[in-house]
Design a protein around this ligand. Structure first.
Ligand code: PHE
Length: 339
């Protein structure tokens, strides 16, 4: 028995030296000190040892057990320490390393132009209104004096969601919503996305952007419309530009006009930007139709107003001399980084 115990002890001592992780250490503990471990087996077997040997063997076995327990505790501390050092080594941060370069983005040209126009109109006392892109047929058409079978609907190539719901074809839908909810005086702009079932080409996209303007108050005239647009467009393009109003028809304004500005590149002489015309069409506008005021609960006998709608893509393309509208949506960084 004594020899057996000494053998166990020397085996255990040498085995312990080669242990280098917690799992091995636990296996070691189970092998010698576990319920079915070798030392435990000796202690359990003391009954079969002669009475005089029993205390000696028992004491030796307990001593060895005690030594092994201590050795295990010590080994565990050592292993913990090395693990910690390893972890610290792996997680070391070299604060002197050069950092990863973070790419600075820049604004999309459409956003730049929209923000600029917002700034200009806010400076003139306008606030910004918003409306849904998925719109009721009522606000997009009906309230704006375009009933169900009006031919003006044909020109708008509408995406219908259902009989009553459309993807708005114009930001003019926000006009009706604002007038319904606000008592005059009203002075708002409403920039946003609009949708028409157009095939994509250099000057068309099924998704594009407009900015609506609406002013309603007592005594508003066509003069106010022209003056407001002139100030705003001069801020955008410079004091030298001239405005030209051409008679036009929109169902929701009367009278209506298309507004051109003298070409800001050639000053009216004719060039590639204005396609030799000297003038560039920039927006649609007019005096809010009395029927529209009435539809939205505003008395046309007391109030009058003007409205305009600017196609933002057109302004962007003309401002930066961009020949193809598709560049604006393709997200090609070589293009977008130029602004
Ligand atoms: N909504 C018109 C369009 O999309 C533009 C417009 C707005 C005209 C407001 C007059 C008044 O063509």
């Amino acid at each position: 028995m004594k020899e057996l115990l000494n053998q166990i002890k020397s085996d255990a001592t040498s085995a312990l030296c080669s242990i280098d992780n917690m799992e091995q250490l636990e296996n070691f503990r189970v092998k010698y000190l576990g319920k079915k471990g070798e030392i435990t087996a000796v202690l359990k077997g003391l009954g079969s040892v002669s009475a005089e040997e029993r205390p000696v063997i028992g004491q030796l076995a307990n001593e060895i057990r005690f030594e092994l327990e201590n050795a295990i505790t010590q080994k565990r501390d050592e292993l913990k320490q090395t693990e910690m050092l390893k972890k610290l080594e792996n997680e070391k941060i070299d604060v002197t390393m050069p950092s990863k370069k973070s790419e600075m983005g820049n604004k999309h040209p459409l956003t730049i132009v929209q923000n600029r126009l917002e700034e200009i109109f806010m400076g003139m006392g306008f606030s910004i209104a918003d409306g849904p892109e998925v719109e009721l047929d009522y606000y997009n058409f009906e309230a704006l004096n375009i009933p169900k079978h009006h031919p003006a609907r044909d020109t708008q190539d509408t995406f219908y969601i259902s009989d009553d719901v459309v993807l708005r074809t114009q930001t003019s839908s926000v006009q009706a919503r604002v007038m319904e909810n606000t008592k005059p005086p009203i002075r708002v702009i409403a920039p946003g996305r609009v949708f028409r079932s157009d095939a994509v080409d250099a000057t068309h996209s099924p998704v594009f952007h407009q900015m609506e303007g609406l002013v309603v108050d007592k005594g508003i005239t066509m003069g106010d419309l022209k003056g407001t647009l002139e100030i705003a467009l001069k801020k955008l393009y410079g004091d030298d530009i001239k405005l030209r109003l051409r008679p036009h028809h929109f169902p929701f304004t009367e009278p209506s006009a298309e507004v051109d500005i003298s070409c800001f590149v050639c000053g009216g002489k004719g060039c590639s930007v204005c396609k030799k015309e000297g003038f560039i069409e920039i927006l649609g506008a007019g005096m809010v139709h009395p029927k529209v005021l009435k539809n939205c609960g505003i008395d046309p006998e007391i109030y009058s107003g003007f409205a305009f709608g600017i196609g933002l893509e057109r302004v962007v393309m003309r401002s930066y001399n961009i020949g193809d509208m598709r560049h604006l949506y393709e997200n090609d960084l070589r293009f977008l980084k130029q602004f």
